[in-house]
Design a protein around this ligand. Structure first.
Ligand code: LLP
Length: 385
């Protein structure tokens, strides 16, 4: 919840900007950490959700590792002080340069997404006189019941290795002398709000690891990825993701063998609700059938609504007056640059400050300069105190 004092402080800041409520971030991390400690689980924060220095510092201070999907993310994680022994690295298209850099950094695990990738990592490690620790990202063919662009665990998706290729994997593992096999990795999608999806994932993990056990290949680690959703409809009323229910579901459904370690890769659930895109109303355009509130923040600042038809709650921070329906739009020359149609928002006028909520994850990191617009800067609540 953005406070009155914070809204006052916003008055002197150039819009649009990202506002991060660091108290909420810490509250979220407290809640997450309590749960993983309760079950003895390990967590690697998915840097792709938000890679701002201050956010990374805070998350690292809770002892989490990092989940990366590019060589530059690995570099950033190391530079930000994450322990290389807690860095995992996924991605279907790791380049030779990226693999070498990760080998040099001494990361914990490459999460391998294809059979040829295992061979290449082995060969590059051999050339550097190193041994690479790898996990196999398995495509479990599970429907995550989320937007099709952020589903990753169906067999038609490009991610992971399908079970029919396990025999080839086993052959490679036996031959590759510069590979150490750690275990299995899964990630079935993002913004998953139906907990039965995770229960199903746990059952698939058990079925799939049986194959490895039967072939006498020890599975030391199980990494279940990220994906837990947040409440985009009611961010003020429900600001912290439901970690207790999530981990309870995992704990009740996942078979963990003695000596096995369980890992997670949360992204959105940690940082989504602490970020808000703050914008000003430039114009109110009254048409015959509708009213447009035209903001100075556009799809280049936060692309989720344009790209995934994602819903973000919108609040007029400058008024608590009577609510009217507006089509809230941005300034970019695209019809998809629309924050929401027929949204109920307190009656607004030029200069009013608007918050687009739940913008902490996949917001600033996905921003771009389309229309040669400036990139929105970050403002942290700790600095307004
Ligand atoms: N692990 C892997 C291997 C991933 O690919 C992802 C996200 C995560 C963990 C973290 O997932 P999370 O806990 O944040 O759901 N740009 C999209 C989301 C893309 C997610 C990509 N992978 C959006 O704005 O909704």
């Amino acid at each position: 919840m953005i406070t009155k004092q914070q809204v006052e402080a916003f008055g002197s800041i150039e819009t649009p900007f990202y506002f991060y409520d660091m108290d909420l971030l810490r509250q979220t991390l407290d809640s997450y950490k309590a749960q993983i400690d309760k079950y003895g689980y390990n967590a690697h924060y998915a840097l792709k959700a938000n890679a701002n220095d201050r956010i990374l510092d805070t998350i690292r201070s809770y002892g989490l590792g990092a989940d990366c999907v590019s060589g530059n993310e690995v570099k950033l994680a190391v530079r930000s002080g994450f322990d290389p022994q807690k860095i995992v690295y996924a991605g279907v298209g790791k380049s030779d340069k990226e693999i070498r850099a990760a080998l040099r950094a001494g990361i914990f695990s490459f999460n391998c997404e294809s059979v040829p990738e295992i061979q290449i990592i082995n060969d590059l490690a051999a050339g550097m006189g190193k041994k690479a620790r790898i996990s196999i990202r398995v495509n479990p063919d599970i429907d995550a019941h989320t937007h099709k662009y952020i589903s990753t665990g169906l067999k038609e998706n490009k991610f992971g290795i399908s079970p029919w290729a396990f025999q080839d994997v086993a052959g490679l593992l036996a031959r590759c002398t510069h590979i150490e096999f750690l275990g299995l990795h899964f990630h079935v999608g993002s913004q998953i709000t139906e907990l039965p999806v995770f229960a199903l994932l746990c059952r698939r993990v058990e079925e799939l690891q049986q194959w490895f056990i039967e072939h006498r290949i020890p599975v030391r680690n199980l990494n279940l990825g990220g994906g837990l959703g947040i409440n985009y409809q009611d961010p003020n009323g429900d600001p912290v993701a439901h970690f207790a229910d999530y981990f309870d579901t995992i704990h009740r459904n996942l078979v963990v063998r003695p000596g096995q370690n369980v890992h997670f890769e949360p992204g959105r659930a940690l940082v989504g609700q602490c970020g808000h895109l703050i914008s000003r109303v430039l114009y109110v355009k009254v048409g015959k059938e509708k009213k447009f509130a035209i903001l100075d923040a556009g799809m280049n600042d936060l692309i989720r609504p344009a790209l995934y038809q994602a819903h973000h709650a919108i609040e007029n921070l400058s008024s608590t007056g009577r609510k009217l329906r507006y089509d809230v739009v941005g300034p970019v020359c695209e019809s998809s640059d629309c924050w929401g149609q027929k949204r109920l928002v307190s009656r607004c006028e030029r200069g009013d400050l608007f918050a687009i909520h739940s913008a902490g994850a996949y917001g600033q990191v996905m921003a771009m300069k389309y229309n040669q617009r400036d990139l929105a800067k970050a403002v942290y609540s700790d600095d307004l105190k």
